[in-house]
Design a protein around this ligand. Structure first.
Ligand code: GTP
Ligand code: MG
Length: 200
């Protein structure tokens, strides 16, 4: 599906989350994960354009950035993407890491239109406790989530399979979809999962 992205706004406070007037209650998909895991890059790969700011410096995204995705000729968006700030990076300034839960937790817990949390985990590193914490949060809240393994292009097939098995076991999830924003691997499969959410 070809969707035209439109940047809506950048929010650092629940009061600024886009209202129904902006989203028409379209299903919202949130991209979550540690700083530098590749959230913004994955959004850009999905959209086929540079909408989200990416950076090799962790902590680049400090607000929730909302994008409305439109089918050609339609005024109402069919999907909303939310690019979230990363967590778990030690060098991030104290004020930001302590600010994290203040607007992220209410977002995850209360955002009514949140249809899916895409939890990104890096396939190049061992399973991280902070990722387990996020995934448990979704499991306990019984909110829909999907675990995606990023940067699959950086390691061999063999290493990737081993990494995915270790991640699945540590996070106690049934499946992890491996993707590469750089090479486009898994992007089509991911789109299929995302659009099934918007249709349900
Ligand atoms: N090789 C490779 N590098 C990637 C991939 N995705 C992201 N990167 C790199 O990883 C770094 C971080 O990417 P971002 O997309 O900015 O990460 P983020 O999760 O949005 O980071 P924060 O906004 O800081 O939380 C950048 O240098 C990207 O080029 C990928 O699929 N393959
Ligand atoms: Mg980012």
């Amino acid at each position: 599906m070809r969707l035209t992205p439109q940047f809506l706004l950048s929010a650092t406070d629940p009061a600024h989350f886009p209202s129904e007037a902006r989203t028409y209650n379209a299903p919202e998909i949130a991209f979550l994960g540690r700083s530098n895991v590749g959230k913004s890059s994955l959004i850009n790969a999905l959209l086929g354009s540079k909408q989200a700011h990416t950076s090799s410096t962790p902590g680049r995204t400090r607000a929730i950035n909302f994008f409305a995705l439109h089918e050609p000729g339609k005024q109402r968006p069919s999907l909303i993407f939310a690019d979230l700030p990363g967590y778990g990076y030690a060098k991030i300034s104290k004020s930001i890491s302590s600010e994290w839960p203040k607007f992220i937790e209410p977002y995850l817990a209360e955002r009514e239109t949140l249809a899916l949390g895409v939890c990104l985990v890096d396939t190049n590193i061992p399973p991280q406790q902070s990722d387990t914490t996020l995934i448990r949060f979704f499991q306990q809240m019984q909110r829909p989530y999907l675990v995606v393994g990023t940067k699959a292009d950086r390691i061999s097939r063999n290493q990737l399979n081993q990494s995915l098995a270790a991640l699945k076991q540590a996070h106690e999830v049934d499946g992890i979809l491996a993707v590469s924003a750089e090479k486009g691997t898994g992007i089509k499969e991911l789109w299929a999962r995302l659009t099934s959410v918007s249709e349900s």
